[in-house]
Design a protein around this ligand. Structure first.
Ligand code: XIL
Length: 354
């Protein structure tokens, strides 16, 4: 997801007042366990530390089936700069999830934005690079074989502007074969996990979605073990109705499981500066409903599920600014800062009931 635009910053500052006023979306009574209402798995991103919080853990165990590590299973978390690996935090997260009856979905093996430093030194030496690439992917995938139900094997391979595929060190040394090889190496190491291609803005940028689908089709044609398609769905609360339904429907055309993999619905990044808090909260409810219905409209075998990118608003990455310029106002998730269900959580429950 790109950094906030100027419009987004302006909206954010204007929305600041909206976010600090008492919300019209005040918590509205008890919520049935969402996972008990769903015809597909519900997930949430998680960090090792969050499992140390009783409130967070109880909220997640009540409503969700699955966790996606927000950070611990990324290269910057487990690949040591000097070479080698430190899987300590990822192991603790996978163990914490498992002991609490939660499944784990691995995220992410290969990402343009996180290339372990040792690969820089191999840049240009295709043979050595390819050998190190295979060792890297198989080491991580083998470690969690039997402990994760699936992986985002390659994350964000497509350019935003409809100009095809991202340049990155992986592609520079292996060509676009880096994608197919990642899937093959992951399958070699883990015969069971469902292997996903994952990207963002697929609901907002039809050309990007077309490039994403073209890549998926090419993987299938090459016999790569592509097992599913992930659409992150980081969206603004004023997103045009129907965009999500159209994207999920199109992604479903290949017959593979579809994962809405990182849902958050921002009140401050993207919405126009004049949008009122209540209209944005209504937008959140409408869009969350559209997500659930879009997944329900898929054949059951294709409903990999819905993962929200955080449980409580204060857990959201959207509340943290990259430059750590202090918290940024937003309320993009199902539960408020205290873990109470918001109107959007009740809208999800109603949609899950069908
Ligand atoms: C984000 C995390 O939520 C942040 O904590 C971290 O600082 C940056 O990465 N798309 C992805 C996720 O695939 O891995 C990103 O997660 C959000 C965008």
């Amino acid at each position: 997801m790109s950094l906030p635009t100027r419009r987004g910053v302006v909206a954010g500052s204007l929305a600041l007042a909206a976010c600090t006023r008492a919300s019209a979306d005040a918590p509205t009574g008890p919520l049935p366990p969402l996972k008990s209402l769903a015809s597909f798995p519900l997930g949430v991103c998680a960090t090792t530390e969050q499992f140390d919080e009783l409130g967070w853990t109880e909220l997640v165990r009540t409503h969700f089936d699955r966790v996606t590590p927000e950070w611990e299973m990324k290269a910057e978390a487990f690949a040591r700069p000097e070479g080698g690996y430190d899987f300590g935090r990822a192991d603790r997260l996978a163990d914490a999830a498992s002991t609490r009856g939660l499944k784990t979905f691995g995220h992410t093996l290969v990402w343009y934005s996180q290339v372990p430093r040792p690969f820089q030194a191999l840049d240009g030496d295709r043979r050595a690079f390819a050998a190190a690439y295979r060792a890297y992917v198989t080491t991580a995938a083998r470690r969690y074989a039997g402990r994760v139900v699936g992986w985002d094997v390659v994350n964000e391979p497509v350019m935003d502007d409809g100009q095809g595929y991202r340049d990155c060190l992986w592609r520079k040394n292996l060509g676009m074969d880096y994608v197919r090889l990642a899937f093959e190496h992951a399958r070699e190491a883990d015969p069971e996990a469902v292997l996903f291609l994952n990207d963002y803005n697929l609901e907002q940028l039809p050309k990007k979605r077309a490039d994403f689908l073209r890549l998926a089709e090419s993987l299938l044609k090459a016999g790569a073990p592509l097992g599913g398609l992930g659409t992150q769905t980081h969206i603004p609360a004023d997103l045009k109705p129907g965009r999500i339904a159209e994207a999920v429907r199109e992604l479903g055309v290949l017959g593979l499981p579809v994962h809405v993999s990182e849902l958050d619905i921002s009140l401050t990044r993207g919405p126009g500066p004049l949008a009122s808090r209540s209209s944005l909260e209504d937008g959140q409810k409408r869009l969350a409903t559209e997500v659930v219905q879009a997944i329900q409209d898929l054949p059951p075998a294709q409903r990999w599920g819905l993962t929200v990118w955080g449980a409580r608003d204060r857990d959201s990455w959207l509340r943290r600014t990259p430059e750590n310029r202090g918290p940024r106002p937003d309320a993009p998730l199902l539960f408020d800062d205290e873990g109470r269900p918001k109107g959007v959580a009740h809208a999800v429950a109603a949609a899950l009931k069908g």
